[in-house]
Design a protein around this ligand. Structure first.
Ligand code: ADP
Ligand code: ZN
Length: 703
């Protein structure tokens, strides 16, 4: 059996080894037993039921509440040559009939259903199926203890009882101890075994920046994304208004960006989401409404523009990056204002005490001065033996020092201004600034005026926040953010208590750190080739109308760009390349790799751009072909690709409307597959391959 599962992993999915626990879960399922799988997002849960589904001689039912995710998963399975389909409220009655038909004829290995559809058909055609396995994804939805309760899920138990000898598998990424028990009971799992994999996502770097002004924050974000050109990322904001503001700001700077929030109509949300998944939009600025139904593997960064409400949400949100296992970066901004705002929200709602407690934990995490991953994982009940080395604290351990005198200076400043002034005035007075406000209030007469000249404004700011975090100062948001001294603060002022402070990160340190991160992230791949491969992937994905990462994920492309496979065997050795993908796409990708390796190795400009440059000089396709020693078909294919990418190319000059519509009909009749030969044959070999390319490009771009 082991051999068979391993062969499937390699031949169908193109992976060399199982991840921890996958093999055990698969074996247990094949034996017909129930399992409970708790793994983080991106941990590889789906594989646990997909391989048994391929082994069983019958159908596997997958229940999932996330309709958009279902389509993606089915597309991904199909790309690997697996017979799968889905059944939910998004499909037409005709499509429903086709799916039912296929299922009844035994032509499906996996069928994905939303819980409400499952319930509505459980007494009709579903009963006729030869069900061998049932997987309940997002199983936490059955528990009222969780944060995402869905009433339809509670009816799954009846379904379970109707199939007493079929193995059931519950899968989720979030469930604490009490929720786990509840889920098992609610779903009626029998003697199920719990499998918990580590929640550590080592490839995600963690960074937190506190108390940054809005202007600076936006500037930092711009710098951040400019250093990561063409990479996908999500920026989470607290409010809808914020998402629009930040997106507009970035759009003005010509970034590929869109906003997303629950106030938009469903069609628009769907469009924004699809464009992001297809890599047509690089950055999404969104409220936390975004992301649930998204399984995009190449999200390279997640930025939190505001403090999240709790660590569960935060971990889930950052977990949407780096699902392909490659390095991804996460950056959290917070300030006390977010915290106060959330506390006020919590006051009005249900479960106030619990929500506030969770919010406090979130803040403690943000303010922590020790390894952040350790804190995060210990919150989820997992203990790291060593510091992670991939968070901001590990990279720049804070230097502590005896800060009692510095603290006394600040506290005494606050006291002498009658606890009526805010942080900016305090620092200006300590530093002996000479501005109108200070004059008006005659603060230059204070004893504390100028006693902190030797410390920069930003460092003072950092220290005062540390004092607030240590409970020495209270920031009164209700009184224009005036600073007040707490009872412990008074003790420090009287010399009854000593205080440790940490040295703020200087901007120099930050710069150094960014350099290090960049080197690690890029590795040794050939970026020109990688860009080329991404282009082909994009082109194919448009032609086949599936998200780009379903063709190959970034990790596979990067491996191609570093290992340069040019034979079938070498290509199959790339992680993520199974038989089916090899057959479908291998040649197209290897062609580029071969060209890259041999003839055009010293070439700097991508081949399509060379064509584009000649085109702009006014050469005809035939002249370009001659000059470049390439076939005219290749030139037409370049021009089509350039056109799809949005370059100014007039394809209509080379093809008549009549030919376009002929190609269109054949293309549609053949299921919109981008295999040129069948189209060529269907059109009685009367229309050239080059024209077929052009025709398809025009159809795809203009529909
Ligand atoms: P989850 O459902 O737990 O969020 P997925 O099942 O979507 O995670 O898996 C995340 C990614 O990891 C997918 O791209 C999947 O193909 C990949 N993956 C799963 N198992 C393996 C494996 N054994 N080796 C390499 N990649 C794997
Ligand atoms: Zn760390």
């Amino acid at each position: 059996m082991k051999k068979q599962t391993h062969t499937l992993l390699k031949n169908i999915f193109g992976y060399e080894t199982f991840r921890p626990l996958q093999e055990e879960i698969i074996d247990r399922t094949i034996e017909g037993k129930d399992s409970f799988v708790l793994m983080p997002t991106g941990g590889g849960k789906s594989m646990c039921f997909q391989i048994p589904a391929l082994i069983f001689d019958g159908i596997t039912i997958v229940v999932s509440p996330l309709i958009s995710l279902m389509k993606d998963q089915v597309q991904a399975l199909k790309a690997n040559g697996i017979k799968a389909d889905f059944f939910n409220s998004s499909i037409t009655p005709e499509k429903e009939n086709t799916v039912i038909d296929k299922a009844l004829k035994g032509e499906l290995q996996l069928l994905y259903l939303s819980p409400e559809k499952l319930i509505s058909v459980s007494n009709t055609w579903l009963k006729e199926l030869n069900i061998k396995l049932v997987a309940i994804d997002e199983a936490h939805c059955v528990s009222m203890w969780g944060h995402d309760f869905r009433p339809e899920y509670t009816q799954l138990k009846t379904f379970r009882n109707s199939l007493p000898s079929v193995p059931f598998m519950a899968l989720t990424a979030t469930a604490d101890k009490s929720a786990r028990k509840d889920i098992e009971a609610q779903l009626g799992l029998k003697n199920s075994k719990l499998f918990i994999s580590s929640f550590d996502r080592k490839n995600l770097s963690i960074e937190v920046r506190g108390q940054v002004t809005k202007k600076k924050k936006l500037q930092e974000i711009v710098n951040f994304i400019e250093r990561r050109k063409n990479e996908s990322g999500i920026i989470y904001c607290l409010s809808r208004k914020n998402t629009e503001e930040v997106a507009d700001y970035l759009k003005d700077l010509r970034h590929s960006v869109a906003f997303y929030h629950a106030g938009m109509n469903p069609e628009e949300r769907e469009r924004v989401q699809t464009e992001f998944i297809n890599d047509d939009t690089k950055i999404i600025v969104a409220t936390i409404a975004f992301g649930m139904g998204i399984d995009k593997s190449n999200v390279r960064f997640v930025i939190h523009y505001n403090l999240p409400k709790n660590l569960e949400g935060y971990y889930q949100e950052i977990g949407r990056s780096g699902r392909d296992g490659l390095a991804a970066e996460t950056l959290l901004y917070y300030n006390m204002r977010d915290f106060v705002l959330y506390s006020q929200f919590a006051d009005g709602g249900a479960n106030t005490a619990m929500q506030k407690e969770k919010l406090n934990r979130m803040l403690q995490f943000a303010e922590a001065k020790s390894c952040r991953r350790k804190i995060l994982l210990s919150y989820f009940g997992e203990h790291l033996a060593q510091d992670c080395g991939n968070c901001d604290v590990c990279e720049n351990p804070p230097k502590g020092f005896e800060g009692t005198i510095l603290t006394q200076k600040a506290l005494s400043g606050i006291a002498r201004m009658g606890e009526k002034e805010g942080i900016t005035m305090l620092i200006n007075v300590l530093r002996g600034s000479n501005n109108a406000d200070i004059h008006a209030k005659q603060f230059f007469n204070l004893k504390t005026y100028g006693i902190g000249k030797d410390v920069s404004f930003y460092d003072w700011r950092d220290y005062v926040i540390q004092m607030a975090n240590q409970g020495l100062i209270e920031i009164m948001y209700s009184e224009s953010s005036a600073l007040k001294i707490s009872p412990i603060g008074w003790k420090v002022l009287k010399g009854e208590k000593n205080i440790q402070l940490t040295t703020p990160l200087s901007s120099e340190d930050k710069k150094k750190k960014q350099k290090v991160v960049k080197v690690v992230a890029e590795g040794e791949i050939n970026t020109d080739l990688f860009t080329e491969l991404k282009k082909i992937r994009y082109f194919i994905s448009r032609e086949e109308n599936v998200p780009a990462y379903i063709i190959f994920n970034d990790k596979s492309l990067k491996l191609m760009a570093s290992q340069l496979p040019v034979s079938e065997n070498e290509f199959l050795a790339i992680s993520g390349v199974g038989m089916n993908k090899m057959e479908q796409y291998g040649e197209e990708f290897m062609k580029v790799i071969r060209r890259f390796k041999s003839i055009e190795k010293p070439r700097k400009t991508p081949t399509t751009i060379e064509t584009f440059n000649l085109y702009k000089e006014g050469l005809t396709p035939a002249e370009i072909a001659k000059k470049r020693g390439l076939s005219i078909t290749t030139i037409f294919s370049h021009l089509s690709q350039l056109y799809i990418e949005g370059k100014e190319v007039e394809l209509d000059n080379y093809i008549t409307k009549e030919v376009v519509s002929k190609v269109g009909i054949a293309f549609n009749e053949l299921g919109r597959k981008m295999e040129l030969k069948p189209i060529y044959e269907k059109l009685n070999e009367k229309i050239s391959y080059g024209e077929i390319r052009l025709g398809i490009a025009l159809i795809l771009k203009n529909e």
